[in-house]
Write a protein that binds this ligand. Structure first.
Ligand code: MLT
Length: 434
């Protein structure tokens, strides 16, 4: 194969430059040598929203958007969802290999040991309004944990990183469940460490006065699969936030709170909540054609379809659709599912959406499943954040261990005013300000 070299001719000067190509990328810093004169700053790459910029080297998750491939540490997501539990996959993402039985047993015990929250943290949660959005409560409470575990600031100490990672993986379900119970005015349910990860989460959500909560095994497995599917997704918006904030050596609780704040956005983790609002707006299958026309007219968005990376079917959507069928066998037919299935059928056969690669993504079905399981839409992004904390922490850890990484500080293309001078207040004329 010809040398991995990119040859660039700068017609402003007639000079040619040869930039090495490594793993399908060129180093942006190699562009800086391209100048018109020695005083020139040199060429920068310009990439709003990082559509074509690799911010890091990672060995955690691989996505092929054209082929609809998603692998964690090389394992296809389909095989992991079928053969593993969420905590097995969490170990894989964090450690790089699937655990042996002794490793898994020890990992489960260590996570179980840290499911409780300090009583002061419960009191912190009590300060929220009765109708506080659970994501606002989750982001704030995760940040507050940085005050409970101040030693977490020692981010360069692998042993301290390990214990803080376990605490976050263990406590996310507890915080999420407490936020849910707070929104209902129900007493909190303490973790029951006889139960598995998903079962214990259900226990803290739904246990009432029965002596021992017994989780429906189909729903528990469905949650576990949903957690696996949502655990990581390479450099998505919230993971990029985790890496950016973490690059300043901020403690993992504050960095995770920042990542969760990004996930709360309706264009990111909040998309599944937006899907339910869309289905509610459609109201019935008969209204779908009119809604489709309003989407084509640009008056509405088709939530839960399309993806920045996947240009064909989101592999997670296939698995979630199978999971949805299992859940609805337990919870009963879901009218929103009927609308969703009809919407999907129409969209997949309509040239307008096919041409624009608008296929159902992971959010399209996850919201319907969560709603069928009894969650309010405001909880959907919280359910996304619980497993995604594993991906955030795996990527955060990889960033800290990467010798190439330093504090994230992008450049800009400045098109504002050149130098100008202050006019005394009494002499200033009104400017048309936008
Ligand atoms: C995710 O799983 O984070 C979403 O699909 C968004 C993304 O990957 O950009």
């Amino acid at each position: 194969m010809a040398d991995d070299i990119l040859s660039i001719l700068d017609k402003r000067t007639g000079r040619t430059y040869e930039l090495p190509i490594q793993d399908g990328t060129i180093r942006a810093m190699d562009l800086r040598q391209i100048k018109t004169d020695p005083e020139d700053f040199g060429i920068m790459s310009y990439d709003p929203a990082f559509l074509n910029t690799a911010s890091c080297t990672s060995r955690i998750t691989f996505i092929d958007g054209d082929k609809g491939i998603l692998r964690y540490r090389g394992y296809p997501i389909e095989e992991l969802a079928e053969n593993c539990t969420f905590l097995e996959v969490a170990w894989l993402l964090l450690k790089g290999e699937l655990p042996t039985q002794p490793e898994l047993d020890n990992w489960i015990q260590r996570v179980k040991y840290h499911t409780m929250l300090h009583e002061t943290t419960k009191k912190f949660l009590e300060g929220f309004r009765y109708d506080a959005h659970p994501m606002g409560m989750l982001v704030s409470t995760v940040a507050a944990l940085s005050t409970v575990y101040p030693e977490a600031r020692n981010v360069l100490d692998p042993e301290i990183r390990e214990i803080e990672i376990i605490r976050l993986v263990a406590k996310m379900p507890t915080i999420a469940a407490y936020a849910y119970r707070h929104s209902l005015g129900y007493p909190y349910v303490y973790p029951d460490n006889d139960l598995g990860y998903a079962e214990n989460f259900m226990n803290m959500l739904w246990k009432m006065v029965e002596p021992k909560y017994v989780a429906n095994p189909v729903l528990a497995r469905a949650l576990d699969i949903l957690f696996i599917l949502h655990a990581d997704h390479e450099q998505n918006c919230s993971t990029n936030t985790m890496r950016c904030v973490g690059s300043a050596q901020t403690d993992p609780y504050l960095a995770t709170a920042a990542a969760a704040a990004a996930l709360a956005g309706p264009l990111h983790g909040g998309a599944n909540e937006a899907v339910l609002k869309m289905l509610d707006e459609i109201g019935s299958k008969d209204n779908i054609p009119a809604y489709i026309e309003s989407v084509k007219a640009g008056k509405r968005k088709l939530m839960g379809f399309g993806h920045r990376v996947y240009k064909n079917y989101d592999p997670r959507a296939r698995i979630i659709k199978w999971t949805a069928d299992r859940v609805f066998e337990v919870t009963g037919a879901n009218p929103k599912l009927e609308i969703a299935l009809e919407l999907e059928k129409i969209a997949l056969n309509d040239e307008y959406f096919v041409k624009r690669k608008l296929y159902p993504n992971v959010d399209f079905y996850s919201g319907i499943i969560y709603q069928a399981m009894g969650f309010k839409p405001a909880m959907f992004t919280v359910l996304f954040a619980i497993p995604r904390v594993v991906g955030w922490l795996a990527q955060w850890q990889e960033m800290l261990e990467d010798a190439e990484q330093k504090i994230a500080r992008p450049r800009q293309k400045y098109l504002g005013y050149g130098e100008r001078h202050v006019v005394p207040l009494e002499k200033r004329l009104a400017h048309a300000v936008s």
